[in-house]
Design a protein around this ligand. Structure first.
Ligand SMILES: [Zn+2]
Ligand SMILES: [Zn+2]
Ligand SMILES: [Zn+2]
Length: 331
């Protein structure tokens, strides 16, 4: 991301001061266009889209206020910082009414105050409207810890001390940030969502197909072919190598002849035996049960910052200690 900034200023000295201040203090790449008159400024604005306009009030021919009126006529909504001389706060107030976001006095051109203002304005205008600054900062913190955010075990994420945001809010913020190009998302896998409340916290529930009981046991099982009895192998064991059917009390003779081995089978507390339990779910959030037919599917995503996203993070979302200007990129 390269910030496009327009500075409408007739004073060559001030032009230089601003340029140096931006070069030294702004943590991302930028492209500064300078216009010496309001007319020149309007020309630039018609030629290309800027991320920010710095506008001096005391301009020859066309004043800053007149310039603002011209921008309004053209329906240009670029964020503007107004630059006034000391003691002209009244004009600044007038400018604010014309949509100016912030104003500084001339002495502050090289100040941190201006840099902070630029950072805040660009960050806010880059974020989707629905994502507030606080949520964005929390998300930035998570990305500072790991470059990939995996919304998977939702409860883990919920209970992590780092993320104070409710998961639903976090996920919708992440989705919006994907839409505006701050993040990119890759599908990771689909999971079951509760059809009643949408929660992803459902746990698997296994039931007896005959009676619906969900207190099941599972084990290696045998079928006594002579009488048709099926039970866990342990129920047949009578000492070393001796198998006796617990139903008809006959001794089992030879595998494949009078009995067979069934792999793992399930048994409910009403003694029904079956190979495939009915798979259902229980929502840990609203506590409702639902079947796999009723279950909704949700695709989980992995989120990563785009280059633009990292720039915005550096610019305005992380603490100042992490916002050093990176080494100049070679391109
Ligand atoms: Zn049963
Ligand atoms: Zn038997
Ligand atoms: Zn639910």
């Amino acid at each position: 991301m390269k910030l496009c900034i327009l500075y409408v200023e007739d004073n060559a000295n001030d032009q230089l001061i601003l340029k140096h201040s931006l070069e030294n203090n702004l943590p991302i790449d930028f492209d500064l266009t300078i216009a010496s008159t309001g007319k020149e400024g309007l020309n630039e604005v018609e030629k290309k889209k800027f991320d920010l306009i710095l506008l001096d009030y005391m301009l020859p021919a066309m004043s800053g206020i007149e310039f603002l009126n011209e921008l309004q006529k053209r329906k240009i909504q670029t964020p503007i910082i107004f630059v006034t001389s000391k003691g002209s706060e009244k004009i600044a107030v007038e400018a604010m009414k014309l949509g100016v976001i912030d104003y500084i006095v001339k002495d502050e051109i090289s100040s941190n105050r201006l840099i902070e203002s630029i950072r805040e304005i660009i960050t806010k205008s880059s974020l989707p409207d629905e994502v507030d600054m606080e949520t964005a900062k929390q998300i930035a913190k998570l990305f500072a810890e790991s470059s990939i955010m995996h919304i998977d075990v939702v409860e883990t994420l919920n209970s992590a001390p780092k993320s104070q945001i409710p998961v639903e809010k976090l996920v919708s913020a992440l989705k919006r940030m994907v839409e505006v190009g701050i993040l990119k998302a890759n599908p990771s896998r689909s999971v079951v969502a509760c059809p009643s409340c949408g929660s992803l916290t459902a746990s698997l529930r296994l039931q007896c197909p005959e009676c619906g009981d969900d207190q099941l046991k599972k084990g290696e099982s045998l079928e006594h072919l002579t009488c048709g009895n099926v039970d866990f192998e342990s129920k047949f064991k009578r000492g070393e190598d001796v198998l006796v059917c617990p139903k008809c009390e006959k001794k089992l003779k030879m595998i494949g002849v009078d009995y067979r081995r069934i792999k793992s089978w399930y048994k409910c507390s009403h003694n029904h035996f079956f190979g495939q339990p009915v798979v259902g779910f229980n929502c840990c959030f609203c506590k409702k049960d639902f079947t796999s037919e009723d279950a909704m599917l949700e695709m989980l995503q992995e989120y990563q910052l785009t280059e633009k996203g990292s720039d915005i993070l550096r610019l305005g979302l992380l603490g100042t200690g992490m916002t050093k200007r990176p080494e100049k990129r070679l391109n």
